[in-house]
Ligand binder design. Sequence first.
Ligand code: SAH
Length: 396
Amino acid sequence: MAFCPRCGFELPSSGDCPVCGASARDDSASKNRPRRSERRPIRFPRILFPALIAIAAAAVVLLLLDPFKPKAPVVSTADVSPAGAPQASSGTPASPAPAASVAPADSTQLAAAPEPAASNQNTAAAGVTDSPWPKVLDTMPTTSKEAYIAWMQTHTDETAHFLELKWQRAQILVANKDITSPSLLRAFLYTPREYFVRTYNLKKAYDNTAIPIGYGQTISGPHMVANMTQSLDVQRGDRVLEIGTGSGYQSALLSELTDHVYTIEIVPQLYRETDAIYTKLSARYPEYNSILRKNADGYYGWAEHAPFQKIIVTAGIDHIPPDLLKQLAPDGVMVIPIGPPSGQTVLRIVKKPLAGGGFTFERSDIYHGTKVIFVPFTSTEGARHNVDTSGAGSGQ
Ligand code: SAH
């Protein structure tokens, strides 16, 4: 079985790579070949197993004692800052992000977070706090539009206009099988997309299209968000990492499915705007307090909070960031758009432990051959990550 020398996807018996288009005999592609250590299963010496069991036992004892449990929810307090300039068109691929640098910390690192903050990143996130389960949305009616709208008007402050649009969009998502689980349907019906779309594009909140949110970025269309989230199959209690916070909508949706959502945004201004939106909305949606967020380059994941049962990447890149594979838990699932800027394949990757040690990565294409164009996955210098050189900075 042969693998693409550039992106590592399994090659067909003949022809070019279906993911990134590289030829198996392409010398330039082979220069980008992942390092040997990234391609081989990870093996542990047998002598390590007793030590691992001892560490696991100690971790269980610590968890039972729960010494890090926060006393009360703590949130950041910034106001919503003005959105970026409107974009000329919507639904078309966004232009590359402007050069983004990691800004100095602009808001207070919040106390009492139960987990350590990133040591060398600009983290200005709310403390991770468990929101109450079962959630209020578990009682939402989903079979009658009238009952749904009446219920939502009792439990939220969304208007009948947007609730009607959201209901219609949900019917299409279900009919298209973009949503197949009741929990995702409720999460979609509950999450107020119109509060994450910037005001100049409010009318398009439930259109099936990506919408500009400033800084050359977009909020993904509802079908894409639903399909990628359904492919993740988030279970309550999963630790989910999103790379590319953008508008904040994707992680808001995830926070209705699990209490442990982590999201990273590289554009400092966008990060600050979205952080403020979460803070403002958290009075009505306390689950947004459990979205831990930071302004950083998501290429390196978030090692302090790994392993993650689920990872979702919402920007397009031509290879799988090695640190994200490392930080994926055994049996964990990653959904990531892989391919050249002209079009990406949205891969679902499952990290399967091997009987003798190490892992294998099962891959499938959630759109069965159809390419999609995402905004580019950039580095802090605004360039693209290169598989040859990026490893030098890993481990953040
Ligand atoms: N999930 C978002 C979609 C935003 S588009 C939503 O629901 O709105 C993808 C986002 O990825 C953009 O905001 C872009 O700035 C961000 N991005 C690009 N490269 C990144 C990187 N290396 N690390 C973190 N975020 C990145």
